[in-house]
Design a protein around this ligand. Structure first.
Ligand SMILES: Cc1cc2nc3c(=O)[nH]c(=O)nc-3n(C[C@H](O)[C@H](O)[C@H](O)COP(=O)(O)O)c2cc1C
Length: 320
C-alpha cells in the first residue's frame, strides 16, 4: 500500500537542504520550519531566509505562527507574493500545535486551541488572503490543550467551516508535549468530524512504514506526517512512496550525513552550518558501530573538511 506522506514541520531541521533530501526520497509534501508572522511584519532578514523554497523540492507549505489576525494575514500575503515563480508555497500552514513555553505564553501555537475565537479570527483573516491568490490554507493542531480540554474534533470542524483545506493533527495535548504516546483515537475523531474532501494527515510517533499503515487503518486518515523519525531516516518517505519498508545501509546513512552537512554549509556558511550540522549528522549515525566516539569528534569539528574526514573514517571502520 502506497501512503501519502508529509515531512512534519520542525524548527531547526526542516530547512531547504533537508526538504530537498526528503523530496528526492519521495515525500508527498513538506512543511517549512515555523515562521514568525510578527518577524515578517518587521521585515527581519533572518526570517526571510526561512521562507525560501527550491525548485528541486516536492510541494512545500510555509508555516506561520502568530495570533494577531492582521499580522497573520499580512505575513501570508508577503509569503505568497514575495516567492519567485516556480518557488511558490503549495499552501500556507498555520501552526496551532507548538507546545513551547515561549510560543504559548504569547498566545501562539497550541495556545490557540484554548482560545478558539482567536483561532477562528486568525483563520478567517488568513483565508481572505489565500483565497484571493488561490493558495490553499492548511492548519496543524494537537489533540487539545490538556486532558480536560480535548477539543480537536470541534476545533477541526470550525477550521473546515472557515476555509481550511487540509488539517494535520498530532494526537497529543499541549500538556503531554511529546510523552506518552500519541492517541490515534483523536486523529480518528478529527477524520470523522470534517467533510471527506478535506484531507486529514495523522501525526505522532510514526517511525516506520508499518506504523504508518497502522495509523491509517486505525484512524482512516488520508496520509501521515513524520517528524522526529525522519531526522535520521528520511528513507521512511521512500518506504511510503513504494509501499514497502526500505532499510538504508550504514554506508547510505553516513553518506547522507555528509551530504546534508555539505548542503547546510553551502546555504548558511561554514561557521553556522557546521555548528548546526553536528546534531543533525548525529541522527543519521545513531546506532552505527563507533558512532558515540564520532559524535564527540563532530562536536569539536569546526570545518567541513574535518567533518568529512571524521565521517569517512567511520565509514572505513565499518568495512574492516
Ligand atoms: C525539534 C522539533 C521542532 C518542531 N518544530 C515544529 C514547528 O516548527 N511547527 C510545528 O507545527 N510543529 C513542530 N514540531 C512538532 C512536529 O511537527 C510533530 O508534530 C511532532 O514531532 C510529533 O511528530 P513525530 O512523533 O513524528 O515527531 C517540532 C518537533 C520537534 C521535535
Amino acid at each position: 500500500m502506497k501512503i501519502y506522506s508529509s515531512l512534519a514541520p520542525m524548527a531547526g531541521f526542516t530547512d531547504m537542504p533537508f526538504r530537498v533530501i526528503c523530496s528526492e526520497l519521495g515525500v508527498s509534501h513538506t512543511v517549512s520550519e515555523m515562521i514568525s508572522a510578527a518577524a515578517i511584519c518587521y521585515k527581519d532578514k533572518k526570517t526571510a531566509e526561512l521562507c525560501r523554497i527550491s525548485e528541486r523540492e516536492a510541494p512545500c507549505a510555509l508555516q506561520l505562527f502568530g495570533h494577531d489576525p492582521a499580522q497573520m494575514a499580512y505575513a501570508a500575503e508577503e509569503l505568497i507574493c514575495k516567492a519567485e515563480e516556480g518557488k511558490k508555497p503549495v499552501a500556507i500552514d498555520i501552526n496551532m500545535g507548538c507546545p513551547v513555553k515561549k510560543i504559548v505564553t504569547s498566545g501562539d501555537g497550541s495556545a490557540l486551541m484554548k482560545t478558539p475565537e482567536v483561532a477562528e479570527a486568525v483563520v478567517r483573516a488568513v483565508y481572505k488572503v489565500t483565497e484571493r491568490y488561490n493558495v490553499p490554507l492548511w492548519v496543524k493542531i494537537r489533540a487539545g490543550w490538556n486532558s480536560g480540554s480535548i477539543n480537536a474534533s470541534e476545533f477541526a470542524k470550525m477550521l473546515a467551516d472557515c476555509g481550511t483545506s487540509l488539517i494535520t493533527v498530532h494526537g497529543r495535548t499541549r500538556e503531554q508535549m511529546y510523552m506518552p504516546s500519541s492517541d490515534n483515537g483523536v486523529i480518528r475523531s478529527v477524520r470523522e468530524a470534517v467533510p471527506e474532501k478535506i484531507p486529514v494527515i495523522g501525526n505522532g510517533d510514526v517511525c516506520s512504514y508499518a506504523d504508518a499503515v497502522r495509523m491509517i487503518n486505525e484512524t482512516g486518515c488520508d496520509g501521515v506526517a513524520v517528524g522526529r523519525a525522519a531526522l535520521g531516516d528520511p528513507w521512511i518517505f521512500r518506504s511510503m512512496a513504494e509501499g514497502t519498508e526500505y532499510q538504508a545501509s550504514v554506508e547510505e546513512r553516513i553518506n547522507m550525513a555528509l551530504r546534508l552537512t555539505r548542503d547546510v554549509v553551502s546555504l548558511k556558511g561554514e561557521l553556522c552550518g557546521i555548528r548546526e550540522a553536528r546534531g543533525r549528522a548525529a541522527h543519521f549515525i545513531r546506532g552505527i558501530r563507533g558512532s558515540a566516539v564520532v559524535r564527540e569528534k563532530l562536536n569539536r569539528a569546526v570545518s567541513l573538511s574535518e567533518f568529512s574526514e571524521i565521517l569517512s573514517t567511520l565509514k572505513e571502520q565499518q568495512e574492516l
